[in-house]
Design a protein around this ligand. Structure first.
Ligand SMILES: [Zn+2]
Length: 290
């Protein structure tokens, strides 16, 4: 794959495992896992003692779903101290998750961030079908609404039909949200110190498909100027459905096959709607802890 040379001087001069190497290690580990040739590295007690004494030096920061069928060290055949992991249902990126990612990049020195979705995600399924209204689960549903909106606009469909694609779209929606809301990560990407890629894990086969970088990585790293705002999603779905259909921008043809087509619409372009102040930081507000 091609890595995004945003404005790196010499990315290889930065400490830490280079992102190309880290990605290779993940691919090789997953191949071992799928091929039943797992080596289970770094799983002995001497590794535990070594990392306790000498500190952690993971080679990747990874944000993934909490789903028990997505155990990161297993599916990538890694061990203790290898993966700085953030796991939350639906792999959504609120401020705590973004802060954890920043920690993984700044304080443990990882140079590859992987946002890993998975097939048949229960949280995504609930978001697509209007479920998940219990307690604080509602907050997860709000954070998944941008992915649902993008998928609905691309497919013209709703509900169960869009679940597989929404699991993939959500990966890039979360990458976008992460970069939009982290000056630290923006700077790391701009300096060539960090590469951010999406991936999707197939819970039927055990295979991880790497989806590449967000097509607007450079724009996002430069403060998201020029990225269209997502449609308003903080309102309940019942209210959303009473709004006129949003005026989505046509998807650029170059992004229609396999890569993520960003998006969407300006709030002010909704026909018949009073203009509202644009939300600072895109979807950040709706991701704030209640
Ligand atoms: Zn899931």
């Amino acid at each position: 794959m091609t890595f995004y040379p945003v404005c790196a001087s010499d990315p290889h001069s930065v400490p830490g495992v280079p992102p190309e190497k880290a990605l290779e290690m993940l691919k090789e580990g997953n191949a071992r896992f799928v091929g039943e040739k797992a080596e289970h590295p770094h799983t002995k007690i001497d590794r535990v003692r070594d990392t306790a004494v000498n500190g952690q030096h993971p080679f990747v920061t990874m944000m993934a779903c909490s789903d028990s069928r997505v155990p990161l060290e297993e599916i990538f055949d890694q061990g203790v101290g290898d993966i700085f992991s953030i796991r939350v249902a639906g792999n959504v990126s609120g401020s705590d998750e973004i802060g954890s990612i920043e920690y993984g990049v700044v304080h443990t020195g990882t140079r590859l961030l992987v946002v890993l979705g998975h097939t048949k995600c229960g949280a995504v399924t609930a978001a697509c079908t209007g479920g998940g209204h219990e307690g604080n689960i509602e907050n997860l549903m709000r954070a998944l609404q941008p992915a649902v909106a993008v998928t609905e606009s691309k497919t013209g469909k709703r509900g169960t039909e869009i679940i597989p694609q929404c699991c993939r779209e959500n990966v890039f929606v979360q990458i976008e949200n992460i970069l939009k809301n982290s000056k630290i990560l923006q700077e790391s990407v701009k300096k060539g110190e960090l590469t951010v890629v999406g991936a999707i894990y197939d819970i039927d086969t055990g295979c991880v498909e790497f989806l590449g970088q967000h097509p607007f990585t450079a724009t996002l790293a430069n403060g998201a100027n020029g990225i269209p705002a997502t449609r308003p999603v903080s309102m309940p779905r019942s209210v959303q459905s009473s709004y006129p259909a949003p005026a989505y921008r046509p998807v650029p043809a170059t992004y229609s096959a396999g890569s993520y087509p960003v998006l969407v619409t300006e709030e002010s372009s909704l026909p018949g709607q009073p203009q509202k102040p644009r939300r600072q930081g895109g979807v950040r507000n709706l991701l704030k802890r209640q």
